[in-house]
Design a protein around this ligand. Structure first.
Ligand code: NAG
Length: 568
């Protein structure tokens, strides 16, 4: 503890100085050559923070470490690097390929992508994916050009030498030319010295590449024997100078570009951490999965693609090829199950069979699939218990909830989202049982838009209150009265871990005329009563909070202001 403090102080002093140093780009020629490698990181961070794309480029081009990680979890208030800075970074990575000072071998951009928009013009997942793919393709073209140019230059030099020098010398030169071209017939022959600065740089690139190749060989030999595909990947990787890890967002417009980049062999190799695809066909998804490197894919997210049960069943065997895949999310994928259609039963059996091979799956999100009564078929075939289960808009049947409450997933669940599934007195006992079973593990629960009335909530509160690990609870868009809301509040303040509560607007705050059992859509759209003082509700709730001394519990009724991921 005592030592940690001064270290942190020094760190912030370094970052303050770094901001000052990068604030004037015209000064960079003076300091760049003298910067020790320990200072590259704080200088790069300062360049991102101060939006200095040129400085970002200068630092990255001569990056002195094997790994450069940009992105990852940002602290509250920290903004993502600006678009220009990311572009500067990507260009510099390509320049760095032929810069002897660069030691970069792994560029990790995982977690960098948010959605487009937001503060400070960040680069969204879609355009970053396109930019990355363009970079990979250009780097390959650049290598080809450089090889061709070097080849031409060597031929010219060679013909000059042929006239002037003795034959022994020429043989060595010819060998060096081959090495620079990535030709691996190794030479023990004498080397001619580098000829001029350009030659030196190219030679260094050649040396660097050879070192990478040697390293690959070593790991390929010592590493345990993988599948044939893995072996092939290692073989292909031997030309790779920099591995680029990123989350890829692919839609119909960028699919072709991504396909080209993934098929390219060259100095940059694209690896995918999370894959998100939108509105593309089963066969296009299949092509992508075939091209992706097997290691490193942690999650796949398919949205608005009309897979159908049979289409998903077709993809599952491919997914089982990715040993680290832990997250599968399907949103609006047309997985309607219709008994009257021929082959549906069989397709569902195939689906269930395919799921048995997803050995590392810990997170499953199924949004708006219409598979009522089929939850058992899906979830019981998963070999490992899930930690995150999201089932919003699923029209879960009483049988589904009954199955869930006694499934093998229930005692490991950390996050559960059952929003927009209507609950009633028939299904509520299952939900209560589920919560009791999950009480020691469950940290995040969403029951927004579930049709919870005061009476139903009353039935739920005892098991809900027993969830002592719960950190966030979302109950928006449920038809509760002020009295019901106060009951909820009194329970919430007794939950030791709870940090965020999203509560519904009480029925009293709406304009008259709401139906008796309003749907969540009606609760969302119905106008609020201007004459009642809305802040009254929040005052009353906050008084309960204050009286109980719970300053650590954040209350909101604003859907946009609620983010369970902000709970530490
Ligand atoms: C189920 O899988 C088998 C074997 O892969 C396949 O031949 C069959 O067409 C699949 N059935 C459906 C309905 O998708």
């Amino acid at each position: 503890m005592l030592e940690a403090r001064p270290a942190q102080m020094v760190l912030s002093l370094v970052s303050l100085c770094a901001r000052e140093v990068v604030s004037d780009h015209s000064s960079s020629p003076n300091w760049l050559r003298w910067v020790p490698r320990e200072l590259y990181r704080p200088l790069l961070e300062a360049s991102f923070a101060g939006c200095r794309p040129l400085t970002v480029g200068e630092l990255v081009q001569r990056w002195p470490e094997r790994t450069l990680r940009v992105g990852g979890r940002r602290r509250r208030g920290q903004t993502a690097p600006n678009r220009l800075c990311i572009q500067g970074l990507l260009l510099a990575v390509v320049r760095g390929l032929s810069d002897a000072r660069s030691l970069l071998h792994v560029l990790d951009l995982g977690g960098l992508q948010g959605d487009e928009g937001g503060m400070g013009d960040p680069m969204g997942g879609w355009s970053l994916t396109v930019a990355l793919c363009t970079m990979v393709v250009q780097a390959r073209a650049g290598t080809r050009r450089a090889q061709k140019k070097e080849g031409d230059r060597e031929r010219k030099r060679f013909s000059v030498l042929e006239r002037e020098r003795d034959p022994k010398r020429e043989r060595g030169l010819r060998k060096r030319g081959k090495e620079l071209n990535g030709d691996e017939t190794s030479s023990n022959g004498e080397r001619t010295g580098p000829s001029g600065p350009a030659g030196e740089e190219e030679l260094n690139t050649g040396v660097r590449r050879r070192m990478e190749i040697d390293r690959k060989r070593e790991t390929a030999v010592t590493g345990s024997g993988g599948s044939k595909k893995e072996a092939e990947e290692k073989e292909v990787d031997s030309d790779v100078l920099v591995h680029v890890r990123a989350d890829l967002f692919v839609n119909a417009r960028s699919w072709e570009r991504v396909r080209t980049a993934l098929s390219a062999s060259g100095p940059l190799k694209l690896q995918c951490r999370y894959l998100r695809v939108e509105e593309i066909s089963v066969s296009s998804i299949r092509t992508l999965l075939d091209l992706l490197p097997r290691t490193g894919l942690l999650g796949i997210d398919v949205r608005y693609s009309s897979l159908g049960v049979a289409g998903l069943a077709e993809l599952l065997p491919l997914l089982s090829n990715f040993p680290a895949l832990s997250s599968l999310r399907l949103h609006y994928c047309n997985l309607d199950f219709r008994r009257d259609l021929a082959g549906q039963e069989e397709a569902l059996r195939n689906l269930s069979q395919g799921l048995t091979h997803l050995r590392e799956l810990r997170r499953l999100s199924l949004t708006a699939l219409r598979l009522p009564g089929q939850l058992r078929v899906l979830l019981s075939s998963l070999p490992q218990p899930l930690e995150i289960l999201e089932l919003p808009y699923l029209s879960l049947s009483p049988a589904d909830l009954a199955y869930l409450s006694c499934s093998h997933h229930v005692s490991t669940l950390q996050q559960l989202d059952l929003s927009e599934n209507r609950l009633d007195e028939h299904t509520l006992p299952s939900v209560c049982r589920l919560l009791s079973q999950a009480s020691s593990s469950l940290q995040h629960l969403c029951l927004s838009g579930c049709g919870l009335t005061d009476g139903l909530l009353g039935l739920l509160l005892p098991s809900l209150g027993g969830c002592f690990a719960l950190k966030s609870l979302a109950l928006a868009l449920n038809p509760l009265s002020m009295a019901g809301l106060m009951d909820l509040m009194r329970m919430a303040v007794r939950m030791p871990s709870l940090r965020q509560l999203l509560y519904p607007t009480p029925l009293e705050d709406y304009q008259p005329g709401l139906p008796d059992l309003p749907s969540s859509a009606q609760l969302l759209d119905w106008p609020l009563d201007e004459s009642t003082d809305i802040s009254m509700t929040s005052c009353q709730l906050n008084r309960v909070l204050k009286d109980s001394g719970r300053s650590d519990l954040f209350l909101t009724c604003d859907l946009l202001n609620y983010d369970k991921d902000l709970v530490e």
